[in-house]
Write a protein that binds this ligand. Structure first.
Ligand code: PRP
Length: 179
């Protein structure tokens, strides 16, 4: 599968993403305006670009932490079994937490992560996903903030990979196989 030749067609430009992040950051800053220091948790690896842009737009005191959850490995199909490969460095009990996800597809990853983090008794736990593919959903979950709702296309870029490639594209692109 990964050896098939493909090209990437731009779907959401870097400029459009940046404008959306400005709007989302304002909403998030309002929600957490009473927070002393917000813990922003990026889900590795896909969210590394998005979290970098979000925290730089947020006019708030933030602490950054990461959690690595994986359900896909190098395949295109969700295994539905979410594994925690790297846990948070810090405790979140009594803290305000924002989980940053690149894409919600079947919903298994975000559901699992929310359950895990809720069990640690944060004061408030909110979620943001840059992309949402609602037609693929297998569990009833929705992020509190969503950048863009997209159709069921295979997307890459802005942190999202195809077999560990294309994460460094500055835009969101659609994979188009050329064979
Ligand atoms: C991808 C993506 C999301 C998750 C969404 O992660 O980054 O975290 O899948 O899929 P779901 O809603 O069907 O659970 P992946 O496991 O591929 O790891 P990665 O972030 O390291 O690429």
């Amino acid at each position: 599968m990964t050896k098939r030749p493909y090209v990437v067609d731009e779907m959401i430009s870097a400029k459009t993403i940046a404008a959306r992040i400005e709007d989302l950051s304002r909403e998030i800053a309002t929600e957490f305006s009473d927070t002393d220091k917000l813990v922003v948790v990026g889900l590795l690896r896909g969210s590394f670009v998005f979290i970098a842009d979000i925290v730089r737009e947020l006019d708030l005191a933030v602490e950054v932490d990461f959690l690595e959850a994986s359900s896909y490995g190098d395949t295109m199909e969700s295994s539905r079994e979410v594994r925690i490969l790297k846990d948070l460095r810090g405790a979140i009990e009594g803290r305000d937490v924002l989980v940053v996800e690149d894409i919600v597809d079947t919903g298994h990853t975000l559901t699992h992560v929310i359950k895990l983090l809720q069990s640690r008794n944060p004061a408030r736990l909110k979620t943001i996903a840059l992309l949402d593919k609602p037609t693929r959903r297998e569990v009833d979950i929705r992020a509190d903030w969503i950048g863009f709702e997209i159709p069921d296309e295979f997307v890459v870029g802005y942190g999202i990979d195809f077999a560990q490639r294309n994460r460094n594209l500055p835009y969101i692109g659609k994979v188009r196989f050329t064979d």
